[in-house]
Write a protein that binds this ligand. Structure first.
Ligand code: DX5
Ligand code: ZN
Length: 219
């Protein structure tokens, strides 16, 4: 298995200097930059939109892993693609035609992801598994950083790993929410390809980004 990728969530960064924070993450050997977009409607929190993302684009050449927690999502897919997203991940509950939304993302030459809330079954994503590049398994309820990891969501990772391998697909599995040095090991064992982490990367070991990324990768 290829080595695990780390996608730091800038939700835990200092929003007054996001450009510098992103540069530091690249220096600290992050593989992707996870950007949480929240609208105060699909989830009870508000973050940033496409204008901020397009301004951040020049600070790194790392892929922007954009997690859209907005509804309805369709009207904004193009804006995020143009802002410089490389992966656009959507929630099935945020669209009334998941397949069509995925096709929209792909038609803009972006990677498409589908995110599953802790209570959302993998049956929501199975019919479109061959159309997408990523499944984002939420291990907390979306909306806030710093929540407690829900261990039971690893069952979904295992099931998805089996399906993806059986079908010989390249779809990657990403896990998001409450990841720390301990549960990162369990997530890897369950078959995760990409770990998202905000609090652990920005707050542990006095905020030593490089050390925390390395510890998550190696653990
Ligand atoms: C939650 C977000 C996560 C979150 C991860 O809605 O999707 O990406 O910021 O942060 P931690 O690692 O603090 O749980
Ligand atoms: Zn996220």
């Amino acid at each position: 298995m290829a080595s695990i990728k780390i996608s730091p969530s800038i939700l835990s960064a200092d929003f007054s200097k996001l450009g510098d924070e992103i540069k530091n993450l690249e220096r600290a050997k992050a593989d992707l930059i996870h950007i949480d977009v929240m609208d105060g409607h699909f989830v009870p929190n508000i973050t940033i939109g496409p204008d901020v993302i397009s301004k951040l684009r020049k600070y790194t050449s790392l892929p922007f892993d954009v997690h859209l927690m907005i509804s309805p999502v369709d009207n904004f897919i193009k804006n995020f693609a143009e802002a410089g997203a490389d992966i656009i991940t959507i929630h099935p509950e945020a669209t009334n035609d998941l397949e069509n939304s995925i096709k929209k993302i792909k038609s803009l030459n972006k990677k498409a992801g589908v995110s599953l809330n802790p209570e959302t079954s993998i049956n929501k994503v199975l019919p479109v598994l061959n159309l997408i590049d990523l499944v984002l398994v939420m291990s907390v309820n979306p909306g806030f950083g710093g929540q407690k990891f829900m261990k039971e969501t690893l069952r979904k990772v295992e099931e998805l790993r089996n399906k993806i391998d059986k079908l010989k697909l390249n779809t990657e599995i990403e896990i998001d929410g409450g990841i720390n040095f301990e549960n990162a090991k369990m997530a890897k064992k369950s078959g995760v390809d990409i770990l998202v982490s905000g609090t652990t990367i920005f707050k542990e070991n006095g905020g030593n980004l490089e050390k925390n990324i390395e510890l998550l990768r190696m653990g």
